[in-house]
Design a protein around this ligand. Structure first.
Ligand code: CS2
Length: 485
């Protein structure tokens, strides 16, 4: 068995390694959420920035709960491999990480109070925030928010930890850090700012005023398709590098990062790795969330219904490839004009990326957490089209596919992987096969779909017609007919 990846010596010549002195670069970023996406995205840009311009910008990565990955990273001296997959694989070792923290909120807070930390960034997934977008305030019913409100000095959730860390920085008279959300949420900076301010107002109103005046929360659009690491990922890494790597990730060659340029405490030269700094992330983010993530969700539920486990199988399927294209075009119709976007070229590039033969992206993985993802991917754009009197047909079809998938799970005695799985299954069961009742019951879950969409009969009737057809003729026939429209 090969040695563990603990140093950079003796690696094969075609494996890229950090082109800078790791020990000379101090830590400047505390990152919450040491998942595969961060390791394949922000850490790679940071590695490029360190190679191009140096600076004390290495990363302390932290997982709020799980210890396994931080322990693996620590056993490897912070090193790990990014395997870029296409028709051939390429390995690159990333050196941007310093010691990592797992499942120890007190240790996270200690690092966050270190004045050397000038950026606190996050990839914690949509469901970890606990922020009510309609109210632009914390959601008291979110488990982490409720627990942290009751014990604000020993927080365990994202918003509580950020607020507490900022309180400590303020008390120490130290300059604060910039807070950088890198999750797939619209206006992620403003949303997180609203949550942190809401939490601070409840626990320490003076602190809230200080945060309001002092702390930057830039918005970002992040993109890189990164399937969960599997045994095959690790075996291929070992084959290419000659080392065992328990923290390796696989990803596609493409990556994109668009960032609002608002970093009062400085930032790494992420542009050296291709990041774009802009004044307004909004149009880029809308295009990505609605076209990429929106069609991804359609593909995920359709794939699950048809028994297609991988995204690349779904785009090789004639019906689904047409339906994905059609969905992208409908999403593109909601994007701002004159914002320098090229949605047609973007759609072509997405279809190629989804078809990447080296990437085994599970439709089941993307199907997770629908109630957290679909509001921004489908329901907000559909409501906008409705408001403008435009066609919502592709969104009605996508909604029917999701509901049909939920109904199928309920029939099988199974449940979705979703923070609101209980409520979803209960609502599906209580509708008892009545499609109108099913649509009303699920779409009325708080925060899921705008009221105008729930009450638009042109939309809900279309969803019901699709559900009737799926039940009568099966999902394949319904998709074939719809793809021919
Ligand atoms: C996917 C995203 O799992 C999902 O919901 O749509 O993780 C997607 O792969 C990334 O946003 C791509 O940047």
């Amino acid at each position: 068995m090969s040695d563990l990846l603990t140093s950079l010596t003796g690696l094969p010549a075609d494996v890229a390694t950090p082109a800078y002195d790791r020990d000379a670069a101090g830590v400047g970023i505390l990152h919450l959420g040491l998942g595969a996406f961060h390791r394949a995205h922000q850490a790679v840009y940071t590695d490029d920035a360190l190679a191009a311009e140096g600076g004390d910008w290495r990363i302390t990565g932290a997982n709020l709960r799980s210890r396994d990955l931080p322990e693996a990273m620590n056993a490897q001296n912070g090193l790990y491999t990014v395997l870029e997959r296409s028709d051939h694989d390429r390995a690159r070792i990333i050196g941007a990480h310093g010691p990592a923290i797992g499942g120890d909120p007190a240790a996270i807070l200690r690092v966050a109070t270190d004045p050397g930390i000038r950026i606190l960034s996050l990839t914690v997934s949509e469901k970890a925030y606990g922020i009510d977008r309609a109210a632009m305030d914390i959601d008291d019913s979110h488990p982490a928010i409720a627990a942290d409100l009751a014990a604000a000095e020993t927080p365990k959730g994202v918003v509580g930890i950020i607020t507490r860390a900022l309180a400590a920085r303020r008390a120490a008279g130290a300059a604060a850090f910039t807070v950088l959300s890198c999750d797939n949420l619209p206006d992620n900076g403003a949303l997180l700012r609203a949550g942190v301010l809401g939490f601070a107002r409840r626990t320490d109103p003076d602190l809230a005023s200080w945060i309001e005046a002092e702390i930057a929360f830039p918005a970002t659009m992040v993109d890189r398709i990164t399937p969960a690491t599997t045994d095959a990922t690790l075996a291929d890494i070992e084959r290419l590098t000659g080392r065992r790597d328990l923290a390796g990730v696989e990803t596609e060659p493409f990556r994109q990062w668009v960032i609002e340029d608002h970093f009062p405490q400085g930032r790494p030269a992420w542009d050296a790795g291709g990041a774009e700094f802009v004044r307004d992330v909004g149009p880029h983010e809308a295009m990505k969330l609605r076209m990429l993530n929106g069609s991804h969700s359609l593909i995920a539920y359709s794939g699950q219904l048809l028994g297609l486990p991988l995204v690349r199988d779904t785009v090789a399927d004639r019906d689904l490839s047409r339906l994905s294209r059609r969905h992208m075009a409908a999403a593109a119709a909601t994007l701002p004009r004159n914002a320098g976007l090229d949605p047609a070229a973007y759609a072509d590039a997405l279809m190629d990326r989804f078809a990447n033969p080296g990437i085994a992206h599970q439709t089941r993985q993307i199907a997770m957490d629908g109630t957290e993802k679909l509001p921004q991917r489908w329901f907000a754009p559909a409501a906008e089209l409705l408001r403008d009197g435009r066609d919502t047909g592709p969104f009605a079809f996508a909604t029917a596919i999701w509901l049909a998938w939920l109904a199928k799970l309920a029939d099988l005695g199974d449940r979705p992987d979703d923070p609101r799985a209980d409520a979803l299954i209960e609502r599906v069961r209580s509708a008892d096969g009545d499609h109108g009742a099913l649509i009303r019951a699920v779409l009325s879950l708080p925060g899921l779909a705008p009221a105008e969409l729930q009450h638009a009969t042109e939309f809900t009737d279309a969803v019901a017609r699709h559900l009737d057809r799926i039940r009568a003729e099966g999902p394949r026939a319904a998709m074939t007919q719809e793809a021919q429209q």
